[in-house]
Design a protein around this ligand. Structure first.
Ligand code: UDP
Length: 227
């Protein structure tokens, strides 16, 4: 029988805002959020410390704002707030399945979430609390992928688990291109050179420079986080 010993003891899970959305839709599908929360609980029950970086793309992305004439910095601030909304929803979902959770925002928004204090976050994890990070790194012109890389390093996670709609890194979007080839493993530099969009190049560079492994997996297959 396969051993239940987890491969990692502290992970940073990157969930895009779309993970909380049912297609074709907008905003937060709370049933879906709870289903993901249950999967996170299954991982947590193995003794794995889990921190999550939540995105905001289901509500607002800065780039969408610039398309209608907003200044990029202002549009990104709107995107940051979208991640805080998702953070609140995800915290609720995690608590509904019985986990103890702390929501930590990179922008000061004290009535809704804790400020980011690195040592405090590590303490939460050691005390078996799940940590939800929102508001990325708190600055415009970044993404929550880069924030995931930064926080993973700061909290000394062993891996970034990047949830996507496909199982792994492909030469093209396999949803659009049937000839897309899957890379079982790929070096950071090749992701950048080939212009693969699995994570943005700032996130990949940060991981590369600090040897942070990234595991890309399909969130839509039930049980995949644990697997
Ligand atoms: N954002 C930002 N700085 C950050 C992280 C995010 O300005 O450090 C803004 C940016 O506008 C981005 C939006 O928040 O488009 C939502 O984040 P992201 O696009 O990474 O969400 P996801 O695609 O993961 O749902």
């Amino acid at each position: 029988m396969a051993s239940q010993k987890p491969a990692y003891t502290r992970v940073l899970l990157k969930l895009s805002g779309e993970a909380l959305m049912s297609m074709p839709s907008y905003g937060v599908d709370f049933e879906r959020a709870q289903a993901i929360a249950q999967e996170i609980k299954d991982v947590h029950d193995l003794g794995v410390q889990v921190a999550i970086m939540i995105g905001g793309g289901n509500i607002f992305r800065g780039i969408r704002g610039t398309a209608v004439g907003l200044d990029r910095a202002a549009a990104d601030q709107m995107g940051l707030l979208a991640t805080v909304i998702n953070g609140i929803a995800l915290q609720e979902a995690l608590e509904k399945v019985g986990l103890i959770c702390r929501h930590v925002s990179a922008i000061e928004i004290k009535a809704l979430a804790e400020p980011f204090i690195r040592r405090r976050v590590i303490r939460h994890l050691e005390k078996d609390r799940v940590v939800v990070f929102s508001a990325g790194i708190g600055s415009p012109y970044f993404t929550t992928d880069t924030a995931a890389a930064l926080r993973a390093l700061e909290i000394r996670a062993q891996v970034i688990m990047k949830a996507t709609k496909v199982d792994g890194v492909f030469s093209a979007d396999p949803m659009l291109d049937k000839t897309a080839k899957k890379f079982p493993t790929i070096h950071y530099i090749d992701v950048i050179k080939k212009g693969l969009t699995v994570m943005d190049s700032t996130a990949i560079s940060l991981c590369k420079d600090n040897s942070m492994p990234i595991l890309v997996f399909n969130l839509n297959k039930r049980g995949n986080i644990k697997r």
